[in-house]
Design a protein around this ligand. Structure first.
Ligand SMILES: Nc1nc2c(ncn2[C@@H]2O[C@H](COP(=O)(O)OP(=O)(O)OP(=O)(O)O)[C@@H](O)[C@H]2O)c(=O)[nH]1
Ligand SMILES: [Mg+2]
Length: 458
């Protein structure tokens, strides 16, 4: 990946037939290569810098296609190198032919993400922005798109750069202290030091907290449908998805393994899971494994839809209580299913009416209201103050967690008046963790891990 001297080429559009396709080239020979194989319609000998040109790709006097060529002269290009983009017709033959002609001219096929990698190496974007480009390409919803755009515009990079600046200020304060007083540590500026440190810790804690929201918005809000066997979980799952995705039958224990499907409602991505019915008495080995997975899913979920098919208050309360003891912080919606048969409503002690839904999964009664409330709940957990910065990458989250660990250590050591050299080392480690987020501190493993997730041509 680090062989930057090569000129690279790739098809940037998805493989297959389309109206047009884009082939992209970057590197010092890009313009020379295109001049060898392109004949402008105006018969201009050489392509000018930063121009759009109509003409033909020609090899040995044979015309391959009529194309549009965009020429970007370095450093004003995506990669910071000379870049040429060829918009050709979308035939697979044409795309591959042009690609092979360019390779014959001395370019090589790009690695996944190599264009963006070059943009990073050439200082056009930082690492955080590079990751946002991948998110942008993959964004499926209004919110995931918004998060990616904000990250691409440098919102996260700026806040990280700011925090790094403040840590550097603290390091300078320690250096000053070391220069002037060897014994009476922080006589002059301990208060100021603490104030800056607390401010950094607060900001990092806010970012760490935002990850839960960011993750939910980017990857989907996880909603598990749980309950005893035969209560109608799979029927509900199918109704929500408007698809016969899960097998429904009146045999208890029909769903063995959980099934997950995505659904976008009002621009928010949800991941609904149909689980194996909870049956503590089962002796069936496979069913037991399925139930184990149900509990695992409950643990991960943002919202639980707990389905019942009876009005027996004792059973309901017993089951709800046992779930809440296991997962005290989980949000639970109580679903009384088969309302078409039950035809009576219930109030439950200790449970708000707004969390109880009387539905008929089979006939669709109450489903719209349920989905509205699920959306309302998801908006609440993802609601943000305007302009708040949200972390969406696990890599950023992990580095922030590491950074805060060392900053708390600095706080502790400061209170114990431990030698400033130790504070200095912890601060530097925290600084390094933040540097890794934007790529100011990095290594080849991190880079290849990030860029290998890109497609070829990006
Ligand atoms: N009358 C009525 N029957 C329903 C309703 N919802 C589900 N059923 C029936 O209840 C039976 C069980 O439905 P499933 O959706 O397979 O139940 P489940 O909870 O997924 O069951 P397991 O996978 O075994 O845990 C089927 O015969 C469904 O047709 C409903 O709203 N009304
Ligand atoms: Mg089922």
């Amino acid at each position: 990946m680090l062989k930057e001297k090569d000129t690279i080429v790739a098809i940037a559009t998805p493989s297959g037939y389309g109206a047009i396709a884009v082939i992209r080239m970057s590197g010092k020979n890009s313009i020379k290569i295109i001049n060898n194989i392109f004949v402008s319609i105006s018969l201009k000998k050489k392509l000018s810098e930063n121009s759009i040109n109509l003409g033909f790709i020609k090899i040995k006097k044979k015309i391959i296609d009529k194309v549009l060529i965009l020429v970007f002269k370095k450093p004003k290009s995506y990669t910071g190198e000379d870049v040429v983009e060829i918009s050709c017709h979308g035939s697979m033959y044409i795309q591959n032919k042009i690609l092979s002609i360019i390779i014959d001219q001395g370019a090589r096929l790009a690695n996944p993400g190599e264009f963006t990698f070059r943009a990073f190496i050439n200082g056009k974007i930082d690492l955080c922005q590079a990751e946002s480009i991948l998110d942008l390409v993959n964004s499926e919803t209004l919110f995931s798109h918004e998060l990616a755009i904000n990250q691409m515009r440098g919102n996260i990079s700026n806040i990280i750069k700011n925090l790094r600046k403040k840590i550097i200020d603290l390091l300078s304060l320690i250096e000053l202290e070391l220069d002037f007083s060897e014994e009476n540590l922080f006589v002059l500026n301990k208060r100021e030091f603490q104030k800056i440190l607390d401010n950094i810790i607060k900001k990092i804690n806010d970012l760490i907290k935002s990850f839960k929201i960011g993750n939910a918005l980017k990857n989907g809000i996880l909603v598990s449908i749980i309950g005893c066997t035969n209560v109608g979980k799979s029927t509900l799952f199918n109704k929500i998805l408007k698809d016969e995705r899960s097998i429904v039958s009146n045999i208890a224990g029909t769903t063995r393994n959980y099934i997950e499907e995505n659904l976008i409602i009002n621009g928010i991505k949800f991941r609904f899971i149909d689980t194996a019915g909870i049956n503590n008495k089962t002796k069936d080995y496979i069913e037991k494994l399925g139930i184990k997975k149900t509990y695992k899913n409950i643990k991960k979920s943002d919202l639980i839809l707990y389905v019942f098919d009876c009005l027996n208050e004792e059973i309901l309360m017993k089951n709800l209580k046992s779930l809440q003891e296991k997962y005290p912080k989980k949000k639970i919606f109580i679903l009384i299913n088969k309302y078409d048969l039950i035809k009576k409503k219930i109030n439950l002690r200790n449970y708000q009416d707004k969390d109880i839904f009387h539905i008929s999964a089979k006939y669709g009664y109450g489903i719209k209201n349920l989905l509205d409330e699920i959306t309302f709940f998801s908006k609440k957990i993802t609601s943000l103050k305007e302009n708040s910065i949200i972390i969406t990458q696990t890599r950023h989250y992990e580095n922030l967690k590491k950074a805060i660990f060392y900053l708390y250590k600095v706080k502790e050591d400061l209170e114990k008046s431990i030698s400033p050299e130790f504070l200095y080392i912890s601060l530097q480690t925290a600084l390094e963790c933040l540097g890794q987020i934007i790529g100011e501190v990095t290594n080849e493993d991190i880079l290849s891990n990030i860029f290998s997730k890109f497609c070829i041509g990006k």
